[in-house]
Design a protein around this ligand. Structure first.
Ligand SMILES: C[S@@+](CC[C@H](N)C(=O)[O-])C[C@H]1O[C@@H](n2cnc3c(N)ncnc32)[C@H](O)[C@@H]1O
Length: 251
């Protein structure tokens, strides 16, 4: 289980990831902005959680888009899974990040920052059966036009299409947890301290996702004709106590 200590890779953006992708000596987890302890040994469980939330991934010959696949084992699992089912898989990330991923028949790499990739967006309007955006939303909030990101993603979904915005670090959820007795005990045991974790309310939280952002995404998607839900992560995942997912489905 991950600690309550801050992630040293927090507050980075798309261009920083491009640099991390090329920096010598980093692990595959550090390249995508995670200390090894946050991801090593957990990615098979993360993939299982994703598969459970996106049933169309288990069908055959679907169109799949992964926004921000990074370069650890998670996208490799997705690439293999899609190849085995005859899916058409599209990956969009920096060329430097995509360069670490294997080339497979049926896998198409698009170098760029979503939604600023007009060719991909035009070609995939209403075609995508599964859109995955895992552990990326907090960077989109800072780097891209946030609601354009949502609106563009929604425009790609085919009828019945599923869109998982996964692994959202919701600072409101984090505060709820660390203000609770369970969160205090978790912090004390993990940090081997008698001190309580510091939780501050009523302050400005620059560039952070909170409940207001999560609810705004839900409301906007629903107002545009999509079903949208907040869904919890499997408790086996390393940051389930402070992160959650949004599932959007085109009826
Ligand atoms: C924290 S990593 C997550 C990687 C992968 N989804 C995972 O969970 O293992 C974030 C990735 O998203 C990419 N990224 C960030 N913003 C993006 C955007 N607007 N469009 C495409 N990729 C983006 C970064 O380059 C990086 O590879």
């Amino acid at each position: 289980m991950a600690t309550s200590a801050p992630n040293p890779y927090a507050n980075i953006g798309f261009e920083d990831f491009r640099r991390l992708a090329q920096q010598p000596g980093l692990s595959k987890y550090e390249r995508i902005g995670f200390p090894d302890s946050y991801r090593e040994g957990f990615e098979a469980e993360i993939f299982r959680d994703i598969l459970g939330k996106l049933p169309r991934l288990n069908e055959d010959r679907q169109v799949i888009l992964d926004v921000g696949p990074g370069c650890s084992d998670l996208p490799v699992m997705l690439i293999e899974h899609c190849a085995a089912r005859g899916h058409e898989l599209h990956l969009v990330d920096s060329a430097e990040m995509l360069g670490h991923l294997p080339d497979r028949a049926g896998t198409h790499k698009h170098a760029g920052l979503f939604p600023n990739c007009p060719d991909l967006v035009a070609a995939q309007q209403g075609r995508v059966n599964v859109l995955l955006c895992y552990s990326v939303l907090h960077y989109v909030l800072v780097d891209a036009a946030f609601f354009r990101f949502l609106d563009t993603a929604l425009s790609l979904l085919a009828p019945g299409g599923e869109f998982l915005i996964g692994d959202i670090p919701n600072i409101s959820k984090r505060k709820r947890f660390f203000a609770s007795e369970t969160g205090v005990r978790f912090h004390q045991e993990f940090m081997k301290t008698a001190e309580r974790p510091e939780v501050r309310f009523n302050q400005i939280e620059p560039d952070q996702i909170d409940d207001a952002v999560v609810m705004a995404l839900l409301q906007r998607a629903r107002a545009q004709g999509f079903d949208a839900y907040v869904v919890p992560q499997s408790r086996a995942l390393p940051m389930a106590n402070r992160r959650e997912d949004i599932l959007i489905v085109r009826p």
